[in-house]
Design a protein around this ligand. Structure first.
Ligand code: F6R
Length: 242
């Protein structure tokens, strides 16, 4: 694993965006695996900035996102599609027909997962997968203790995650109970993986995931077995690593 140390969040975002932009320049028709969450927001903003300056062209790029809430439409402000549209898709010249997320509106979980596996296979797999890291070591919605699940699957959100999400919804009934997520096998099949981490609150999990034992208890620890992983993290997130 390559570790790139950034000074702070902005520096992390710029360095991560540099790696993604190098991928797009080297292979204009590449497949980018994308993540939501707060960590990559600055990375997307930097990519948008370079696009606006004329330095980047997304016209041939395909994207596949890690995950989506089951039951949310694309118009729902809490859906991951909405997030991607707000932070990237609507701001660059990407062909929206080549942007893919699991279909949150598909009530049949088996079908939704099967369809998404087919999408990933049909686009030819992921060239560069961007990941964030959960405080408990999750990647995508692959949560601690689950077997390393292979492909796209439907997960039940934990009570604590649902409670944490409650603030974004009118009532607890509106909070999604399930989500569709790429599995560990799909993530591991990406040719390259870029993981972005920021903040002192992630320092302990960075150490555990990348310098501790490989175990389903810390799903991201499996990344130690991938042969092309780059971790871009700020000083605070790397503070427990000597
Ligand atoms: C996002 C995702 C999650 C986040 C993780 C970190 O699509 O799948 O695994 O990457 O929860 O989230 P932040 O960046 O908000 O700390």
């Amino acid at each position: 694993m390559k570790i790139i140390k950034a000074k702070d969040y902005n520096d992390m975002s710029r360095k991560a965006a540099n790696i993604i932009s190098a991928q797009v320049i080297m292979k204009p028709n590449c497949v980018l695996g994308l993540a939501t969450g707060s960590t990559p927001i600055g990375t997307y903003a930097q990519l948008v900035d370079w696009y606006q300056k004329g330095d980047l062209d997304f016209s041939e790029v395909t994207t596949v996102n890690l995950d989506e809430y089951k039951g949310l439409t694309r118009e729902n402000e809490q859906s991951y599609y909405y997030f991607m549209n707000e932070n990237l898709f609507s701001k660059v010249n990407i062909n929206l027909e080549r942007t893919f997320l699991p279909d949150g509106t598909e009530p049949d979980s088996d079908k939704a997962c099967r369809d998404y596996n087919k999408v990933i296979a049909d686009v030819g797999g992921v060239d560069l997968q961007l990941l964030g890291l959960g405080h408990n070591g999750h990647i995508g919605f692959n949560e601690p203790g689950m077997a390393f699940e292979a492909e796209t699957h439907c997960i039940n959100l934990t009570e604590s995650t649902m409670k944490a999400n409650q603030r974004f919804f009118a009532s607890m009934e509106d909070v999604p109970r399930q989500a569709y997520t790429m599995g560990i096998k799909t993530i591991m099949q990406a040719k390259k993986i870029l993981i972005v981490v920021s903040g002192a609150d992630k320092a302990a999990i960075v150490k555990e995931a990348f310098f501790g034992p490989i175990t389903p208890k810390v799903q991201a620890s499996v990344l130690q077995l991938h042969n092309d992983v780059t971790l871009v993290a700020d000083e605070a997130a790397l503070s427990e690593i000597s």
